[in-house]
Design a binder for this molecule. Sequence first.
Ligand SMILES: NC(=O)c1ccc[n+]([C@@H]2O[C@H](COP(=O)([O-])OP(=O)(O)OC[C@H]3O[C@@H](n4cnc5c(N)ncnc54)[C@H](O)[C@@H]3O)[C@@H](O)[C@H]2O)c1
Length: 315
Amino acid sequence: MAKLPVKKLLVTGGAGFLGSHLCERLLAAGHDVLCVDNFFTGGKANIEHLLKHPRFELMRHDITFPLYVEVDEIYNLACPASPVHYQFDPVQTTKTSVHGAINMLGLAKRVKARILQASTSEVYGDPEIHPQSEGYWGRVNPVGPRSCYDEGKRCAETLFFDYWRQHSVRIKVARIFNTYGPRMHPNDGRVVSNFIVQALRGEDITVYGDGRQTRSFCYVDDLVEALIQLMDTADDFTGPINIGNPREFTILELAEEVMRLTGTNSKIVFRPLPADDPRQRQPDIALAESKLGWRPTTELAQGLERTIRYFQQAL
Ligand SMILES: NC(=O)c1ccc[n+]([C@@H]2O[C@H](COP(=O)([O-])OP(=O)(O)OC[C@H]3O[C@@H](n4cnc5c(N)ncnc54)[C@H](O)[C@@H]3O)[C@@H](O)[C@H]2O)c1
């Protein structure tokens, strides 16, 4: 059987939650992986097991500054993803999305690399339609506390499409919906890690609002699989494409499932909803199904069990 060509791949944000899983999978597929990260929210612990790998390289670098390397493909994941982290230094968050996109697109143009953007369901804002398909333009507040992230990511998408139209850069834009799994930050305020950490510590489980707002949760392995398949699509396919799990759960259902799986004695307490918190978020993944032949296969209970096991060790 002919050997697959080894590709030189750049993963920005490679020491983060999603990035570290992606690096792992790309190495396992036989490629050279250059992981670039400024360690703002990611850490060496996430990629420690890869550091001795002969095809893995780590570079500390902030993508708001230009980068000159020779690569075949770029996965642009660098950006803090949880509200606590992206609101910590909102100007830097916008810079990471916008200047980061300009720098990575400039690199892709120069070395003729394919480039994939980790965009987000947040580009839909607080949507008026459910589920959200890629044709929906979104309802985003441009001046709120979440805007640094939402508008930064929207502008990054604009830049991707302009580099494609203007410079024929080969782009792929993935709109990622809530993803969870091992190596999430224990205290980044995201709902899955919040609930698991609170349950394992026996603390109250905080539900914002009445808990009837819904979310869909995609397990990290399913997500990474979709990103790799998207990168491998033909040049004329750019996306944007929704990647996520369409199965909806209320926040209250998630809390109860975490309590059941951890066997905790914690109690649920209710707190006011934060500003601009979307009431419902559910991907329409028809395009991913038809274009990539992909749909998530990990059940919530199965993914939660693996994530709980990780947090039991990490805490
Ligand atoms: N996890 C999700 O549910 C989700 C959902 C939608 C979109 N995304 C997107 O996927 C990407 C990865 O998210 P994640 O959940 O792994 O978050 P994460 O915070 O764990 O990872 C982001 C990584 O980027 C690094 N980083 C941040 N700013 C940087 C900069 N200026 N230069 C270099 N590195 C920088 C961080 O140190 C971190 O390692 C992000 O772009 C995020 O917006 C994630």
